[in-house]
Design a binder for this molecule. Structure first.
Ligand code: URA
Length: 455
């Protein structure tokens, strides 16, 4: 019989003679530390998306994975099945397509700078981003502080913007990794978020749907980060990098310090202002350095630059000559935004009550203050006041005198004063000596294919 490729259909299970999967048996296998087969994972993911497998069975499997871990083979397979639950963005033209993902940290506005910056060097960056929940801000919320800016684009609009500007930053579409959308909401309420294989499959099923040539990951370490310790962050980075490379996308990761917020601004409109300063060649040093380091990974990974130094030189010139800012303006206009950078007026300043050296700035505590002021959300449905923000006037290592301003607060809430003591407590001042400084980039992870233990 002649069969044309592409028209071969898998025969229904009854005709193949294989027994149907029994979800409880798959759950028991993982509960007892066994390894799930590709068929079991495929049936579970497909069954969950179609509704044949109910939430309670998926929750039980997620908890078994949380407690028992997965081998690299299983994690690759779970990621692939979740990716295959939806569509991928189609490729048009021959521009190299790259992106960055950050595990999220306070003040992290790198995406706003990195996407237009790389577009200046002829890359295409279809950056599908998320909203903030809890203390980590969301790129979409920051951009929505620009009047008119649209983040809910369909795949045709994503393709048009990409072709016109070279970069687009928007929310996910209904077609991208529907399995993750359903599973992530379930994990959020069943205490199964902090699992390396589940995080890996969740992040990569969305990023790989962008049909990328290369990806760089910024895995944050410290207070206010998804991974509080270097060991935990390295384990996550190793798995993410191994799985993405196994699925055909050149991927590296940087492990970066989150012991204090990135840059000076924390909030939404204030972070856009800081990103604009950086796009124009200014901005805080840590934000510029991290953006250049992540973008260099992509330039070297795709072979566009021979080494990190050459990549940095080319990238820095795009910032310093204003081209990256022009590209950002073009992206904002293409997505319906009207960029008017009116200066925000602070409501008040919080001052130091003792002298000494700033030894730590607790990102988690500052994130909580921002939420209380209305600049972040506790539940996904909460509204956000985009003009709420915090401006750090000191950084770790700075010497301060009692009475000196530590933080400028942007708030329209008349009750804001009650949070001042939380801000003071978040900025720890050591009277004795200046702290040992931790570098911004703590490590780098590249292909790690020997990883085979349960993680
Ligand atoms: N971000 C995601 O997209 N998924 C996770 O599981 C955790 C962080």
């Amino acid at each position: 019989m002649k069969v044309r490729q592409g028209l071969i259909r898998t025969p229904p299970r009854e005709r193949q003679g294989t027994a149907p999967m029994i979800p409880a048996k798959t759950i028991a296998l993982k509960r007892d530390g066994g390894q799930l087969s590709p068929e079991q994972l495929a049936e579970f993911v497909q069954g969950y998306v179609s509704g044949a497998i109910p939430d309670y069975q998926m929750a039980a499997l997620a908890m078994a994975i949380f407690l028992r871990g997965m081998t690299l083979e299983e994690t690759v397979c779970l990621t692939q099945k979740m990716l295959d639950s939806g569509h991928r963005l189609p490729r048009h033209g021959d521009a190299l397509r790259v992106d960055k993902h950050s595990t999220g940290g306070l003040g992290d506005k790198v995406s706003l700078v990195l996407a237009p910056l790389l577009a200046c060097l002829d890359f295409h960056i279809p950056m599908i981003s998320g909203r903030g929940l809890g203390i980590t801000g969301g790129t979409l919320d920051k951009l929505e502080s620009i009047p008119g800016f649209r983040t809910n684009l369909d795949s045709a609009e994503i393709a048009t913007t990409l072709a016109k500007v070279g970069c687009v930053i928007c929310g996910t579409t209904a077609e991208i990794a529907p399995a993750d959308r359903k599973l992530y909401a379930l994990r959020d309420v069943t205490a199964t978020v902090e699992s390396v294989p589940l995080i890996t499959a969740s992040i990569l099923s969305k990023k790989l749907a962008e049909s990328l040539d290369a990806l760089v990951l910024d895995v944050k370490v410290g207070s206010g980060a998804l991974m509080p310790t270097l060991d935990a962050a390295r384990r996550l980075a190793n798995t993410l990098v191994s799985v993405a490379n196994r699925l055909g996308v050149r991927t590296t990761a940087l492990l970066t310090n989150m012991d204090e917020p990135l840059g000076r601004m924390v909030g939404n409109a204030v972070e856009v202002q800081e990103a604009v300063d950086t796009l124009q060649g200014g901005g805080p040093r840590d934000l510029r350095e991290l953006t250049l380091a992540l973008a260099s990974e992509l330039m070297v990974g795709t072979g566009v630059a021979e080494c990190a130094d050459e990549a940095r030189r080319q990238l820095a010139a795009q910032l310093d000559q204003g081209f990256a800012y022009e590209r950002f303006v073009a992206m904002v206009a293409a997505q319906g935004g009207r960029l008017s950078l009116d200066t925000l007026t602070p409501s008040h300043e919080v001052t130091a009550v003792r002298s000494g050296y700033v030894s730590r700035i607790d990102g988690r505590a500052l994130g909580d203050v921002l939420i209380e002021l209305g600049g972040g959300r506790k539940r996904m449905t909460d509204p956000i006041d985009h003009r709420v923000g915090l401006e750090l006037l000191v950084r770790v290592g700075d010497s301060v005198q009692s009475g000196m301003p530590l933080m400028r607060v942007y708030s329209r809430n008349a009750e804001h004063g009650v949070l001042d003591h939380c801000i003071r407590a978040a900025i720890m001042i050591d009277a004795e000596c200046s702290p040992e400084m931790t570098p911004l980039i703590l490590g780098r992870v590249e292909t790690h294919s020997s990883l085979s233990d349960n993680s």
